[in-house]
Design a protein around this ligand. Structure first.
Ligand code: TRP
Ligand code: SF4
Length: 441
């Protein structure tokens, strides 16, 4: 099994993807304030490192969200899913950074930077406020314009060799260097919010589809590799269970250990054992304090010549299928509902969408239909019916055959018409906010 971020083929065997790639199951739904339907319904199926973000939410400490958009085609309901998550996180207190992946689009799809900008603003960003994002503590930037992102790409690129890029991405001798550089730019995207001028080290979560996981793995590896300190729970023969803080380089070991110690003293830690020979500082009786210890170390790294990047977390959402039954695709209008689509066209698409209905009305009244095979039902789950009670009613009429697909689709058409009408009105009323959040650097 391989994950290729640039292919349109992606496995949807989520349990297997989790097992094979070491993605953890997302189990935070019951322990998040007012979780949105995507979280309650298990659409968010996996994560890496989300516990660190969860902790920041609980302690009301600073944390952020980084998301990226690939400017291509119209924005459709599949893309809306990410913005729904981002605006939920914004309500929970995250600062938000949105990247327009214009370097990637240039390198992998041959779009000019000007075209990317136009598509990003007109097709994507102008929808964001209507979907619930607020302009405060939100910024949107272009990869090609943000020097810090490109600097990180080459600085961290020094720590990756070609074998690793081949292993992760399947690059070959035919791969263009522009394409080969794009993942490093994405590493820069994901890590740069932790640079001092963009808010400093803090937990960052990147909500993505599983196709982006190779970039996440690379980024988390490089974040760890670039740290000055490595803190881990350590079972010591003499000291018992401690947090070991290890200096990674061979230079200035004693100075770095002393700095770590005084930073941790300021956080209230008191019971230390220094072991310069092992480049180690042990903190007694503190296994559950590992995140707090790592936060304190990350915070001092920029002042000591490091970055202090806390490995970013990711969450993975299931892909909504296309209306016609295959994949949802930007370039195939019949598979999606675009946010700027007319109500006539959207209701028509819903009308001809693939359902889980039976061959005859008689059979469906007798056996009920199969909602889990139905693309209309999936649209309800992901977007159109956020209320759980109402969704249960739909499921009930579907599985009992009380309503047949025609009547159910009429209900769906009303929902999609109401959504589009309200969305398009909100968009017209809020699109002027774009200039407040789009940065030129
Ligand atoms: N590669 C992403 C895509 O194809 C776009 C992207 C660029 C991105 N930088 C990012 C996504 C950072 C998440 C985080 O859609
Ligand atoms: Fe889908 Fe509705 Fe038909 Fe059930 S009744 S299969 S949910 S269209």
């Amino acid at each position: 099994m391989r994950i290729d971020p640039w292919s349109s083929q992606q496995s949807t065997d989520y349990a297997r993807l989790r097992d094979e790639f070491g993605i953890e199951e997302f189990t935070f739904a019951d322990d998040l304030p007012d979780p949105p339907s995507l979280v309650r319904r298990g659409v968010i199926f996996g994560h890496r490192g989300f516990a660190r973000v969860h902790r920041a939410i609980k302690l009301a400490e600073p944390w952020g969200v980084l998301t990226g958009l690939m400017p291509s085609g119209p924005m459709h309901i599949g893309h809306k899913m990410v913005i729904d998550q981002v605006s939920y996180y914004q309500r929970l207190g995250a600062d938000i950074t949105v990247c327009v992946a214009d370097i990637e689009a240039y390198a992998t799809r041959g779009l000019s930077l000007e075209k990317c900008r136009e598509i990003a603003v007109e097709n994507y960003i102008k929808n964001y406020f209507a979907l619930g994002l607020k302009p405060d503590r939100l910024q949107i930037y272009f990869q090609s314009k943000r020097q810090a992102v490109k600097d990180l790409a080459w600085q961290l690129g020094k720590r990756v060799n070609w074998s690793k890029m081949e292993a992760i991405y399947g690059f070959t001798g035919e791969t263009s260097m522009g394409h080969a550089f794009a993942p490093l730019v994405q590493v820069g995207d994901i890590l740069h919010p932790q640079l001092p001028e963009y808010g400093g080290p803090r937990p960052i979560v990147v909500p993505v589809g599983v196709d982006q996981d190779p970039h996440i793995r690379l980024t988390r590896d490089l974040a760890d590799a670039s740290r000055l300190y490595n803190a881990q729970v350590h079972d010591d023969a003499k000291l018992g269970r401690v947090v070991g803080v290890f200096v990674k380089s061979d230079e200035q070991v004693e100075k770095l250990l002393a700095k770590a110690r005084s930073a941790l003293e300021k956080q209230g830690f008191a019971d230390f054992v220094m072991n310069p020979k092992y480049k180690a500082l042990y903190v007694r009786g503190s296994a559950s304090d590992l995140p707090a210890i790592d936060d304190a170390l990350a915070a001092i790294e920029p002042g000591l010549g490091g970055f202090g990047f806390i490995a970013p977390a990711s969450t993975y959402h299931r892909f909504q299928g296309g209306l016609t039954g295959g994949k949802m695709s930007s370039s195939k209008p019949e598979t999606h509902i675009a946010l700027d689509e007319t109500i006539e066209s959207a209701t028509k698409k819903l009308g001809s969408a693939q359902t889980g209905g039976r061959a005859t009305a008689e059979e469906q009244r007798r056996l009920g239909a199969e909602p889990d095979k139905c693309m209309v039902y999936e649209t309800y789950v992901y977007h159109l019916v956020p209320d759980d009670k109402e969704l249960a009613e739909v499921r009930e009429w579907c599985t009992t055959g009380t309503k047949l697909c025609g009547e159910c689709k009429a209900f769906g058409k009303e929902k999609v018409a109401a959504f589009l009408k309200s969305h398009q009105e909100k968009r017209a009323a809020t699109e002027h906010l774009v200039k407040e959040v789009v940065r030129e650097d």
